[in-house]
Design a protein around this ligand. Structure first.
Ligand SMILES: NC(=O)c1ccc[n+]([C@@H]2O[C@H](COP(=O)([O-])OP(=O)(O)OC[C@H]3O[C@@H](n4cnc5c(N)ncnc54)[C@H](O)[C@@H]3O)[C@@H](O)[C@H]2O)c1
Length: 356
């Protein structure tokens, strides 16, 4: 039985409380929130009584912790995850790994320094539909041209209405991470234009078109909007993939269609844990000695890089090469990180980490 300390008791923290409660090999040991009342309310709504703390340091000093779930706001991700790693406690973090790519590199180096696992939960790569979609084109060598359309119109209110690049920074990381999963490869360049349709109710740009090149030669194009009234896509987007001799589509839910030289057919869905359950399952398997989770920091940082690359391309009006993006972020991380972490970063053979 592993003790879980949850940090951040907002709506997503509550979803994680329920995810932990569905398993019998982990138990919630404490909840941390800057606003302890938020933690008490979240527990109270579930009839649970557990220790509540205002800081992770206090929780780690007071009781046992085998896993830290970091479900705080992105601006707090680096500090909270670092506290856990320095205490030798593995971290499963909500997306994004950190707020910036430079911070992500610092956290990657700290994970190496402490020998402690940190992974991001990218819940949208855990679905029966996406696995069927990926597997549909495996007999044809995998997708070489992949596209996703994402059109939704949520009225959140709150921070998303005020932040810069709300679509790219808060949502597109899911779709970009799904593309990495589907292509099983890493990006090398991106060109992106983000913009605000005249009717947008967001302060920052709520729509974007981007095209990524991947190391193996595949292309991924993304077209998205968070202020698209009518005919919305699934929250997973609406996908099309072409391979040598066949194509597949995924509606973002449970319908995967495939056609080669034969009639179109509907693919069968495999059994698989979905969403947060899938992410936690994979993390626990790694702690038990299994394969590293797919959101392990050396891998997941490439999803964060896709966001940062897209934002940078849009700002400059030019394509961005990931080698340059990582070199720039690496220099910033070396300058900002504590000396022992900067020393690890300097010892890397290249600025971009590679999958563990
Ligand atoms: N996977 C998904 O589909 C999905 C969906 C929604 C949100 N998220 C992610 O989950 C995270 C949380 O989202 P949310 O909507 O619950 O946010 P929220 O702002 O509603 O809640 C965050 C909570 O963290 C607390 N907090 C902030 N800094 C803290 C710190 N340093 N120490 C302790 N507590 C701290 C806040 O007081 C707040 O209660 C974000 O990273 C977000 O991107 C993921």
């Amino acid at each position: 039985m592993r003790d879980v300390v949850l940090v951040g008791a907002g709506p997503m923290g509550e979803a994680w409380i329920d995810t932990v409660s569905r398993r019998d090999d982990v138990r919630l040991a404490a909840v941390v929130d800057l606003r302890p009342d938020a933690a008490r309310d979240a527990l109270g709504r579930r009839g649970m009584e557990l220790p509540v703390f205002a800081s992770l340091d206090d929780a780690l000093a007071a009781g046992s912790a085998d896993i830290v779930l970091n479900v705080t706001i992105p601006a707090a991700h680096l500090a909270v995850s670092s506290t856990a790693l320095r205490a030798g406690v593995p971290v499963l973090s909500e997306k994004p790994l950190t707020e910036t790519l430079a911070e992500g590199l610092e956290l990657t180096a700290l994970s190496e320094l402490t020998g402690t696992l940190v992974a991001t939960s990218q819940s949208r790569r855990f679905s029966r539909g996406i696995i069927a979609f990926r597997d549909a084109l495996r007999p044809y060598g995998g997708a070489a041209q992949l596209s996703a359309r994402f059109f939704q119109n949520p009225r959140f209110g709150g921070f998303r209405d005020e932040m810069d690049s709300p679509l790219l920074r808060d949502m597109a990381i899911h779709t970009f991470d799904q593309a990495r999963f589907l292509l099983d490869d890493e990006p090398t360049r991106v060109y992106c234009e983000e913009f605000s349709p005249p009717w947008s109710w967001y302060r920052g740009a709520a729509a974007a078109d981007a095209v990524f090149g991947f190391a193996g030669g595949a292309r991924f194009s993304y077209s998205g909007s968070w202020c698209a009234d009518g005919l919305m896509t699934s929250w997973n987007g609406d996908w099309h993939a072409s391979a040598a001799g066949g194509s597949a589509t995924w509606d973002g839910e449970t319908t995967v269609r495939v056609q080669a030289s034969d009639e179109p057919r509907t693919a069968e869905l495999p059994d698989a844990a979905e969403g947060l359950d899938g992410a936690l399952d994979e993390f626990l398997t790694a702690l038990d000695g299994g394969a590293p989770p797919s959101g392990e920091v050396h891998a997941n940082i490439w999803s964060l890089a896709m966001v940062e690359g897209a934002v940078a391309s849009s700002a400059t009006g030019r394509p961005v090469e990931f080698a340059e993006l990582f070199a720039d972020a690496h220099a910033r991380a070396v300058a900002a990180a504590p000396s022992e972490v900067a020393a690890v970063l300097r010892a890397w053979s290249e600025p971009a980490p590679r999958r563990a």
